[in-house]
Write a protein that binds this ligand. Structure first.
Ligand code: FES
Length: 123
């Protein structure tokens, strides 16, 4: 299951991040938030960190928390990887660890598509 490469850099997405609300442990994200690209960055009231939601090549979706497991640094896309700006840990677009000092991958959440809505299950 490969991810379709992110069309825009996360830095570019930061200014367009959508503010949403978590209800009963579920974050509802309109499918059209992905626009013509295959990923978007969202903020949610009640969530400390931004999430990157991406569409995989098989049509499924994934949600990654953009917070480094090492010491909480910011994660940005760089040359097809997700890289921490503080000490250089790197992750693939599924959040799997590629390079430390982090010892684990990014936190991921399951995403279900329901009509025109993506439901990110946070709890
Ligand atoms: S906080 Fe991300 S590598 Fe240290």
């Amino acid at each position: 299951m490969a991810l379709i490469p992110v069309a825009a850099t996360l830095e570019g997405c930061a200014s367009t991040a959508k503010a949403l609300t978590v209800t009963d442990g579920v974050l509802n994200v309109p499918l059209d938030a992905l626009g013509n690209g295959n990923s978007t960055v969202v903020r949610a009231n009640g969530l400390a960190n931004k999430l990157m939601i991406s569409k995989r090549s098989d049509g499924s979706y994934t949600a990654l928390e953009l917070n480094c497991p090492h010491k909480g640094g910011p994660i940005k896309e760089k040359e097809g990887q997700l890289v921490c700006g503080w000490h250089g840990s790197a992750f693939d677009l599924e959040g799997k660890l590629l390079k430390g000092p982090s010892k684990s991958g990014l936190k991921t959440y399951p995403v279900d598509a329901d009509g025109s809505m993506l439901r990110v299950r946070l709890a």
